[in-house]
Design a protein around this ligand. Sequence first.
Ligand code: C2O
Ligand code: CU
Length: 542
Amino acid sequence: TTIPTINWVLNETSYTRLCSTKKILTVNGLFPGPVLRVRKGDRVTVNVENQGRYNVTVHWHGVKQPRNPWSDGPEYVTQCPIKPGGNFSYDLIFSSEEGTIWWHAHSDWSRATVHGPIIVYPENGTTYPFSQPDDEFPIVLASWFKGDVMEIIQTALASGGEPNKSDALTINGQPGDLYNCSKQGTYKIVFDYGKTYLLRLINSIMNEEMFFMIAQHNFTVVGADGAYIKPLETDFIFIAPGQTMDVLIKANQSPSHYYMAARAYAGVVYDNTTTTAIIQYNGNYTPPSTPAFPNLPDYNDTDATTIFTRQLKALASKDHPIDVPKTVDVQMFVTISVNTVPCDTNSCNGPNGTSKLAASLNNISFVTPEVDVLQAYYRKLEGIYETDFPNMPATVFNYTADEFPDELLLPERATKAKVVKYNSTVEIVFQGTNLLMAAENHPMHLHGYSFYLIAKGYGNFDNATDPDLYYNLVDPPEVNTVGVPKNGWAVIRFRADNPGVWFMHCHLERHSSWGMDTVLIVKNGNTEATSMLPPPDYLNPC
Ligand code: C2O
Ligand code: CU
């Protein structure tokens, strides 16, 4: 069988939003980018040609890429960048994921405009575990910046201060009616009364988790991160950057116009955080002058975030079984912090004027290496990364307190990886911290895997309590991104059966840029079938 090839050209295309026009990096001129439609079990090549001004790479978020980290995409983790004028062929292997996932650029902040849906349909001869919807619509939430996104992050990193989080949030590329100069373009969907629609919801927003609702309509969530879940009836959705959801909606309200709206869940109030689209029913009626607006949770409703997430359960059916590790070979305790590092120039404007904002996992602020970790690992190059990613003891500090010893405020800057044996069972306890009083929800994402989210809670994780009392080993959701609650913790488990080099990071872009990242190296097994595929012969030089 031949592997189909898709050609993507990354080029700068003019787009106008919020009354100003600028050039943005796009795939084939499209924002959001093209939908990649495949079936479970497919293998596809996507050839990416970079006609833009900056280095870029593309990541296939939620595609596990069994034994094939070479095509995973994160810049300087699994490959060197595709330079302007260069190209790279991604070999995509769709194995067990099914449902909505997505792709995005994975270099600096280029994913702001370079992203789009991946829809993995059931294998030929199989069907959804729910009745076939009448139609489907990808719904991509994203951020819009008036400035050049690459300049915004580079300037912020140099000065040490906060980058602009965005100037607007968008639904399918449009800010919607609540923003200046945006009414004309507001995204619209037409419903036929009585039909059922599948919304393929993707949070590609750079820096905010979102509440999502449609006025007077309820949802049935049937999938998350490319795996089926037990149908969940809800009127609102909470979705973090990196996460995807498959959502059924019945067009069962009186034919009219209704707002679809998404609002940021944020620590502080600020403007420009609600994006809207319009659902309009077919039929003869007088549309309201203002469509009904949904009653979204407040920007700071932390309880709503937990209420929603704790209802997600794996479908765990005969056709879609799950396999949660019952025992643990490798246990990791990973603290997630925003901190500071010393200023390396004399013009920093981080907290207290002399330091730069940074972020860390276990107090290691990740430094992007100059050669990708995968190549360094494969070719045994010295001095690119270290393998001593530390384990933080669970009970040493009160991580959710308001004050901390200096040793926690100043992280070490390094490129450290955690190495585990093939097929070991891994448990990671993510512990959010309140360093710099900056506690927030962190969507932690692991490449190359889906993992089971077996528990989460507020405060400090307490391993003195018998975990079996509250760990869900029966039907935990199988996801690739977990929102670690603000001032709380989450526990995940997975079997390390995908050899390779896999990035793990917060999917809030400013946190990742500040160093809230690490690398998981899963060694080869003893046979060829349990080892990494050989590198392609067209690797780009760094
Ligand atoms: Cu969605 Cu490392 O990425
Ligand atoms: Cu974060």
